[in-house]
Design a binder for this molecule. Structure first.
Ligand code: NAD
Length: 499
């Protein structure tokens, strides 16, 4: 059995607590490794070492730090397939999807190659007579990243690249379900020239997270995961005087107007609803067709597309559309929610509960599931399912569809499919959701914008990556300077009495 490690001061270090979590192969249901779960004492020691390393790193000029990101980017590209394989093995997503996971993280590393431009301050000459004011952005010190299972490369990279290029040291606590990718990324960062201790990877569960939240050296916490945990981490971190940005769960709606290209809308819904087994915070889980005709046309197009989906282990080839969900508990929860949807009166158009694959009977697969006539009071509407389940809520007009989206507790992503610019513009302007797609199902912004939801999808006031990340990972110091008249007035040559 493989025993995984922490990554401390540039080296793999075995855990000392004797506590481990099983890392599963979700396609087979077998345990493939054990990950150590750190104690508070271990976390505190790791943070202390990060603090020592941060002093020299914070004093290294930003361009030199950016050069480490350049090499890191090149190494990620070089090792793309290897990283994708690590992701697929622990997460279960297909290899092309895992490459996308690495790629969208790499794009943030690419922006961090230009970090010096984001770290420049402001200057006002002659703000008063002979008075200059300038502000500089300085690193915070040691910061923590706590990340979820569903993007084992992308989200750790969203955290570590801006934090480190801004001059901080980071202690990263990846998901205990998919820890290997973060460990490999730490090795690559070392190879890229990052001094030891500037990125520490500590594996663990609640105990390690709480230790980070309570550690006085940690200045800021960047979290991504489910909403209850995001809210908990935000409260505890901020109560301890830390900066925090905590991104949570989602229930993303896509409105389909009667004038939309129904084939394109159906293609988009199948990809965004079932890709990665629905385990994306930007997955579309609610389709909202406007008008009965649009709804019927959409169902008619969705059924054959769903029936063609190929579900299987990533090892079955690149034509697999999606793989298993992450754990047995997750599989059971998703199936339970499907049962509740049927019992609460939704029309179960396609049922993925009895799905199984020969040779992979113990894998955590769920077949693609489509519900029609879903209403707001049903559990399948209210809860984030995080599985391959698409719910259709029919609405009679645009205002009702917009209201449904706006009344939902989550506000991560949303989309509208329409041929009408006026409707699309109105939607984008009025909807209370952080990321909006117009004829675009998964509007994850490119890396030089920034990523963040509204409402219960995010706690804190700055987004991830892009310019916001540099604001989050630095603090502003403003200097007001005045110089009295000096040497330019000429030297003093007379022998003067002491005053
Ligand atoms: P999770 O909340 O279970 O875990 C996230 C992290 O928190 C992990 O590192 C985990 O070890 C830690 N954690 C779990 N329980 C904890 C506790 N009680 N106390 C302290 N720490 C704890 O999330 P997950 O299942 O790994 O990820 C899926 C969730 O993440 C979904 O809800 C999804 O929508 C969300 N997500 C959000 C975004 C976003 O940017 N908004 C992106 C990806 C995923």
């Amino acid at each position: 059995m493989t025993e995984l490690t922490h990554f401390v001061n540039g080296e793999h270090v075995t855990g000392t607590t004797g506590r481990f979590a099983d890392v599963m192969n979700p396609a087979t249901g077998e345990v493939q490794a054990q990950v150590p779960l750190a104690s508070t004492a271990e976390v505190d020691a790791i943070v202390a070492k990060a603090a020592e390393a941060q002093i020299a790193w914070g004093a290294t000029n930003p361009q030199r730090r950016a050069r480490v990101m350049m090499k890191f980017g090149a190494l990620i590209n070089e090792h793309m397939n290897e990283l994708a394989e690590l992701i697929s093995r622990e997460h279960g997503k297909t290899l092309p999807d895992a490459c996308g996971d690495v790629q969208r993280g790499l794009e943030v590393v690419e922006v961090c190659m230009g970090a010096p431009s984001h770290l420049k301050g402001d200057f006002m000459g002659d703000g008063g007579p002979g008075i200059d004011l300038y502000s500089v952005r300085q690193p915070l010190g040691v910061v923590a990243g706590i990340t979820p299972f569903n993007f084992p490369a992308m989200i750790p990279l969203w955290k570590m690249a801006p934090a480190i290029s801004a001059g901080n040291a980071m202690v990263l606590k990846p998901s205990e379900r998919c820890p290997s990718t973060a460990l490999r990324l730490a090795e690559l960062l070392k190879e890229a020239g990052l001094p030891d201790g500037v990125l520490q990877v500590v594996n663990g569960d609640k105990e390690a997270v709480d230790a980070l939240l309570d550690n006085e050296t940690i200045q800021a916490v960047g979290f991504v995961g489910s909403t209850p945990i995001a809210q908990y981490i935000y409260s505890r971190a901020t109560a301890n005087g830390k900066r925090a940005q905590c991104f949570g769960g989602a229930k993303n709606h896509m409105i389909i107007m009667p004038d939309a290209d129904m084939d394109k809308a159906a293609d988009a819904l199948v990809g965004a609803g079932f890709g990665a087994a629905g385990e994306r915070c930007m997955a579309i889980s609610v389709a909202v067709p406007v008008g009965q005709e649009a709804a019927d046309a959409l169902v008619e197009r969705l059924i054959p597309r769903i029936d063609k989906l190929k579900v299987g282990p990533y090892t079955s080839g690149d034509d697999v559309d999606y793989g298993p969900v992450i754990t047995k508990a997750s599989q059971e929860r998703v199936k339970g929610l499907i049962t509740s949807g049927a019992e609460q009166g939704a029309t179960l158009v396609r049922d993925g509960r009895d799905f199984s694959i020969q040779g992979y009977e113990e894998g955590y697969f769920v077949g693609p599931t489509l519900f029609d006539n879903v209403t707001e009071d049903m559990d399948i509407y209210k809860e984030e399912i995080f599985g391959p389940v698409l719910s259709m809520v029919r609405k009679d007009n645009y205002e009702d569809a917009l209201k449904l989206t706006m009344d939902n507790q989550y506000g991560n992503g949303t989309a509208i499919y329409t041929a009408d610019g006026d409707t699309a513009r109105d939607f984008a302007h009025r909807v209370n959701v952080g990321m909006v797609g117009i004829n675009f199902p998964i509007p994850v912004p490119l890396s030089y914008f920034s990523f963040g939801g509204w409402k219960k999808s995010a706690f804190g006031d700055l987004n991830q990556y892009g310019p916001d990340a540099f604001r989050f990972y630095t603090r502003t110091k403003t200097v007001t300077a005045r110089w009295f008249s000096g040497i330019k007035e000429g030297g003093e040559f007379n022998f003067k009495a002491m005053d």
